[in-house]
Ligand binder design. Sequence first.
Ligand code: SAH
Length: 227
Amino acid sequence: MIGIMGAMTEEIEPILEYMDDLKTEQIGQNRYHTGTIGKKAVAAAYSRIGKVNAAVTASVLIERFGIEKLLFSGVAGAINKRLHIGDLIYASTLVQHDVDITAFGHPLGFIPETGDFFASDQALNAIAEEVALKLKIPLGSGVIATGDQFIADEKKKRWIAEKYKADAVEMEGAAVACVCNAFNVPFFVLRAISDAADMDAEFNFDAFLKSSAAISADFVINMVEML
Ligand code: SAH
């Protein structure tokens, strides 16, 4: 079983359109959809926004649905200047930019017995690169920084860029990475840029959420066919 996750309904709806034999089950406050994409069994769900919600859904997908790999699809704010609205980036590593126990001498983002930067699965990343080449879709990769904040501020954006060398910012990826790491489940996090995490971010997010979420979902669907 392959798990596909998003944070918002806009990120998962385009995935559901590709699924056959759909069944829906409510667990806690989330709806989990099982079915097939081609010959592959899939469980898909959106978590709702933020790290805690994302951790719940990732855990349920792993423990209740027995997923063997998790693909996250969604939108993000661009930190790297080379990323523009609609561009795709997958996470090579992910970090929680809002974790700070530096008072005890730990680096920013670091949690004892957990770590700071989580590396995504290289085999899944290689499949993504293959899909991008085959379909001639530009695909970036880099550090994705996650926190329970919508970043819409140049100063904060620069701080995240400096401290974590991040290329994009969002609110769920590192939580999914942390859960998958804990359960030893390979994971892949893909984001299409919806905004530039700057003073226009709210406006651009609203304008581009749907189109960028669909770009990311389409790519993930192409990946499922190659798994
Ligand atoms: N407009 C929504 C809230 C969106 S929060 C509402 O009112 O319901 C932003 C979502 O998109 C999160 O799931 C996050 O992962 C992603 N995201 C996109 N741009 C972001 C940014 N600049 N900063 C943080 N998260 C961002």
